[in-house]
Write a protein that binds this ligand. Structure first.
Ligand code: KG4
Ligand code: ZN
Length: 355
């Protein structure tokens, strides 16, 4: 697919617990460097804000240097700086934004502020030399339905064109990734545990235990909810303690199955309401093979193409997706306007920073 701006972009994302910097050109990724703080937050079972901020500050400079070195570019070659302004953790976002401003002023570059959720959504358009991809025809893509499922978001988004989004369903409590992480933690699988839970579930029997399907009987409410399932899981795990390996397999499979059934049901409902050509699946949870399989089955019956990021690294937080999203933007900020760029922790896709 053709990008509006085939420019060299240095992209920064510090929205949560990953310090990431990438160099991109159009939808091509030249480098995508990531420093993960996840292990530092593991003992808290979630991201600890002041620790995240400090860690971003400590690591951002070498992550930038490494991204430049890997791409064999320097600031003379770079046209634009893209930075995530939200949604995300305020004190973490702030570090990336401050660095983007500093670099833009020092090297006289323009800035493009980006929405993190839009980055996840557009990450499916990444092309690489390896796969020689990116040859999607825009006319065949839209309208599209997108599911962005991460540790903080579970959104079904109607995409009429790149940049034109309407959220049609969100979570009223926990995000899907967050729920999977909490279940994994209950089973002693560490944090963040979505990917480990997936591995355990492969060996388990999904029908071994009883857990409720979220929002069953509330078909008129078009939203995600995972707190009821989480509470039921907590009770079940307590009842089954002490756990053994087989129990962990079966409990993982049971939880994952019910969590995904909820996604399937809402997706089917959304597809009945909205005629779309493609289905975009992004965010950390989109690397889950089982959920991809289930969605593919639903979509195949309706001849709708499923688009997912081409690698696991592109599913979870990374700056390349921000560079790719930036390549679709026509405008950028320069001079005094750079100071207008501010963090937007609660930004919604399509509504953040208009330039
Ligand atoms: O997009 P992401 O890196 O960060 C946020 O923006 O939140 O998503 C992280 C989430 C975590 O909840 C993690 O457990 C989940 O994505 N995740 C997975 C898998 N890999 C990462 N969930 C299910 N299956 C996976 N394979
Ligand atoms: Zn994310």
């Amino acid at each position: 697919m053709e990008s509006f701006v085939e420019k060299y972009i240095l992209a920064i994302d510090t929205s949560c617990d990953e310090t990431s910097v990438a160099l991109t050109r159009g939808t091509k990724i030249l480098s995508n460097v990531l420093w993960s703080q996840a292990s530092q937050h593991a003992r808290f079972g979630g991201v600890y804000p002041s620790l995240a901020k400090r860690s971003h500050q400590e690591h951002i400079d070498w992550v930038i240097q490494k991204a430049l070195k890997t791409s064999r570019l320097d600031f003379n070659n770079i046209d634009l700086i893209a930075v995530t302004v939200g949604p995300g953790l305020a004190v973490a976002l702030e570090v990336g934004i401050a660095k983007a401003k500093e670099l833009a002023k020092k090297h006289k570059k323009k800035i493009i502020p980006l929405n993190h959720t839009e980055g996840h959504l557009l990450s499916v358009f990444a092309s690489s030399n390896r796969i020689g991809g990116g040859k999607l025809d825009k006319n065949e893509l839209f309208p599209a339905l997108a599911l962005i499922a991460s540790g903080k978001h579970t959104d079904l988004i109607l995409v009429s064109a790149i940049g034109k989004y309407k959220i049609i369903a969100s979570t009223i409590d926990d995000a899907l990734g967050e729920a999977l992480d909490k279940a994994a933690r209950m089973l002693g699988l560490g944090y963040p545990g979505g990917a480990v839970l997936e591995k355990m579930a492969v060996n388990g029997n999904k029908d071994k235990y009883e857990l409720p399907t979220p929002m069953l009987g509330k078909e008129d409410q078009f939203e995600f909810s995972y707190s009821g399932l989480k509470t039921a899981m907590w009770r079940l795990v307590e009842k089954e303690t002490p756990l053994n390996r087989q129990k962990i397999y079966d409990l993982s499979a049971t939880f994952q199955n019910k969590a995904f059934l909820h996604v399937e049901r809402l997706t089917i409902k959304a597809l009945l309401k909205h005629k779309v050509k493609t289905f975009i699946f992004g965010g950390g949870v989109s690397s889950n093979i089982e959920l991809r399989k289930r969605l593919r089955k639903i979509l195949k019956a309706q001849k709708i193409q499923l688009l997912v990021p081409y690698s696991k690294k592109l599913c979870t937080d990374n700056a390349a997706m921000i560079g790719i999203a930036a390549s679709f933007k026509k405008n950028s900020l320069s001079g005094n306007k750079i100071d207008l760029v501010e963090r937007e922790p609660r930004a919604m896709i399509g509504s953040s920073f208009k330039i």
